[in-house]
Write a protein of this length. Sequence first.
Length: 226
Amino acid sequence: MGFSVERLYTPRAQAAQQAAALVILAVFATAITKNVGAPVAVIVGVSMLVGFFCWRATNLRRAIEPQKTAILFLLTAAALHVHMIEEHGRLFGPAMSRLFNIPFSDSRFLLIFVFVLPIVYYVTTIGLLLRIPMAAFVAWFIFIGPGVAELTHFVFPFLRPALEPSNLAPISATIHGVRVEAMENHWMRVTGRYYFPGLYTAVLPMIPGITAIAFLFRHRRAAASG
């Protein structure tokens, strides 16, 4: 007997998928906390939690136009990568390390956000096209993260760095056993400049991300009655 994707939309299967999503959220947030730091984990964890409830309110119980949802997801992921070019070029990870005293070296930034997460994006796109509910949960995390959480870039220049806030020069230090090089100070009070790595391109993934959020909520009633 062949597998039918409709089995994933039974009440029991959906309850199991929601439990699995919460476990994934907890594991991912814990891993980010251990390898990067609590401030980044809070941003990621809150994005995933908000995405979880949006998923429940929209396309958990029935897929919403899988092809259009997949296209919006890919556009968000592509814009996010353009954004990460600026982040990498201006050393977002080390800047966050100086701001919050966390071990977020540029090599960790590249490994997690540039090399590992794209694998998740590819698999998620396939899942969206196949109408797999868990793929929709992952997509919601990306829509909420780049769609809304990128706003944090506009707040970071106002925050006092945890490490040598009055020193304008880049510094290097070992933080929780991780060597972090070239940590720049972007505190506007000291630099006189409103900037933080990724600020100029932060709006790019927000455009398709917010568009996807509006699209899914706009079509949720049709999906529920379909």
